[in-house]
Ligand binder design. Structure first.
Ligand code: NAP
Length: 550
């Protein structure tokens, strides 16, 4: 099995564990963790960031597969907290590819001299709240014991890859890869028979590139996804200048929007308010513009099934135009669930790839994969002989990374037990019974449905301001009240039930992980309403939270 061995955490050989004391411990060196450290530094607090990988980047450190790129425009998918930073950094493309995003994150880390408070190749294994001391006692896999007043779990929403779900990978003589822990060195598929399992965003990005290199590519598809053209292109310097001349205004508009990307203007009309011709023009305009702007084509697309069907059928028509074999085109057409209820993918030549002679689509709906064999994969009665298998099968999203850690709050209560029926949080920021443990873009916040960099900034600012408030007020701890948490959970569900999201078996609902409770994970009420609520809670003296005297 090939994987990122360089990045596996190692124990400090033969050395006894060390003891540390910090005001704050931050877990994870992705966008959230890095900015958190920056804020804590500015507040004069002692902090250490622990990271399992051997470098910064989080998602962008691990997901190095061919074609990995962001589908939110780089000028938007970047930090806004420093005007100097956003002015000085130059993006080469409309959508940055993984190496460039990783270079950017490294640049930010060094520009603000944050690396000296980071410890890499170190995974938090447990964190236990010591009630007497009101401190978190943290253990790491390198043996360190760390005590901190606050823990910030910047562990990411899509950072716990799903394990391979088929028996016998050890019997397979070829190579096995997962898009979410790709080797650091280039993988050369030339002359190989390759299988890719999974056709979500990761699969859809890597399939066209692997097809160009491999002797033959088998794509194992369980559910077809809606994918729209990315239309990535080199950055136009005039365009970049025009954005940068008015960056603050763009950021303001992003923060006042629901999704956090504004470069293709959201439409304020509803689907059937316009003529069929106008509707078609709107969809064509967005098809030509490229990217994820379909979510904002009409205001009712995600709440009205009939409206949604108009955009779904538009995309299916495009697929039928692109794929020469009509039967194959039908297999690639998503049906039976609403457009956008599973995360829409963006692609470069994905559907066109199926016109190649060296690409075969295997429909797992007809026969699922049974097992690995020594030579490849067994699907129904057919054995597919392969040299390499790539799993692009996704993540235990939004809760996986947290629940993989032994987190115990007041009274030794295990987070995994508390969340056995699904996560319970107040605003996605904290959970009752776990004082001073903050989560960035946690379940119950807009998180993955908003521009992740800006969403993380908002959470980090909220957390930093909260910690400052506690210190100024001489309070030792904060945690949500049960009633507030319950009311927020009910609100999150109520909002979700007014949308089309529950109609798909998506990772938004945990439906992609066998045995995971089916519960809506992100907050669907939009970022604008959410951030207003967060501000309101603060202005009412942290309404819904209990603050404990020192
Ligand atoms: P994903 O969207 O969950 O897709 C996983 C794919 O694997 C699905 O097609 C799924 O089929 C299939 N699958 C899962 N388990 C399987 C099994 N046991 N057998 C066969 N097929 C199986 O995961 P992802 O593609 O890694 O993307 C996750 C998220 O990361 C995205 O939705 C997006 O938010 C983010 N992402 C973004 C970008 C970008 O910015 N362009 C790129 C990559 C990822 P089913 O649908 O039937 O479960």
């Amino acid at each position: 099995m090939k994987a990122d061995t360089q990045a596996k955490p190692t124990k400090l050989d033969g050395q006894p564990g060390r003891d540390f004391d910090f005001d704050v411990v931050v877990i994870g060196a992705g966008f959230a963790g890095i900015y958190m450290l920056y804020r804590l530094r500015g507040m004069g607090l002692s902090a250490r960031l622990y990271e399992a990988g051997d470098g910064v980047g989080g998602t962008w450190y691990w997901n190095r597969y061919p074609g990995a790129a962001c589908d939110v425009a780089s000028l938007e998918y970047s930090y806004s907290f420093s005007e100097e930073l956003q002015q000085e950094w130059k993006w080469s493309h409309r959508y940055a590819k993984q190496p460039e995003i990783l270079a950017y994150i490294n640049h930010v880390t060094d520009r603000f001299d944050l690396r000296r408070d980071m410890q890499f190749k170190t995974r938090m294994t447990s964190t236990v709240f010591a009630e007497g001391k009101r401190r978190w006692q943290i253990a790491t896999d390198c043996g360190d014991r760390v005590s901190a007043q606050f823990c910030v779990m910047a562990t990411g929403c899509l950072s716990a890859p799903k394990p391979i779900e088929y028996p016998g990978p050890e019997s397979f003589k070829g190579n096995v890869y997962h898009t979410a822990y790709w080797p650091h060195e280039r993988v050369d598929f030339s002359g190989q028979r390759v299988g890719v399992v999974g056709t979500g965003s990761s699969g859809i990005q890597c399939i066209p590139l692997i097809a160009e290199e491999a002797a033959h590519l088998h794509v194992f598809q369980r559910t077809p996804n809606f994918s729209v053209p990315a239309r990535n292109c080199p950055m136009d310097p005039d365009y970049e200048r025009s954005i940068k001349a008015n960056y603050a205004e763009l950021r303001r508009r992003e923060r006042e929007s629901d999704f956090g990307f504004m470069l293709v203007e959201p439409n304020t009309k509803s689907t059937f308010e316009v003529t069929p011709e106008e509707r078609q023009r709107e969809y064509e305009h967005r098809w030509e513009a490229g990217g994820l702007s379909y979510y904002t084509s009409f205001v009712d697309l995600m709440v009205n099934r009939e409206a949604n069907e108009t955009v779904a059928e538009f995309v299916r028509t495009k697929i039928r135009e692109k794929v020469r074999d009509p039967a194959l085109a039908e297999l690639l057409c998503p049906k039976g669930y609403p457009f956008g209820a599973k995360r829409v993918c963006t692609d470069t030549n994905y559907y066109e790839t199926f016109n190649r002679d060296n690409v075969t689509l295997v429909d797992l709906r007809k026969s699922p994969i049974k097992k690995f064999t020594a030579k490849g994969l067994q699907v129904g009665d057919t054995e597919y002989e392969l040299d390499s298998v790539v799993f692009a099968t996704g993540f235990d999203a939004m809760t996986g990374a947290l629940l993989n850690i032994d987190i115990r709050g007041r009274g030794g209560r295990l987070l995994k037990q508390k969340w056995a029926e699904g996560p319970r949080t107040y605003l996605g920021l904290m959970t009752e019974g776990f004082p001073n443990l903050f989560i960035t873009t946690g379940p119950g916040s807009p998180s993955v449905l908003y521009n992740m960099v800006l969403g993380n900034e908002q959470h980090v600012d909220w957390i930093a301001n909260c910690i400052e408030h506690l210190r100024k007020q001489d309070r030792a701890a904060i945690e949500p009240a049960v009633e507030a948490e319950q009311a927020w959970g009910e609100h999150v569900n109520e909002v979700a039930n007014q949308t089309l999201f529950p109609l798909a078996d998506s990772w938004y609902l945990g439906a992609n992980v066998p045995g995971k409770p089916r519960v809506i994970l992100p907050y669907l009420g939009g970022f604008r309403a959410y951030s207003q609520k967060c501000n309101e809670v603060v202005s009412k003296g942290y309404e819904g939270f209990a603050l404990t005297a020192r």
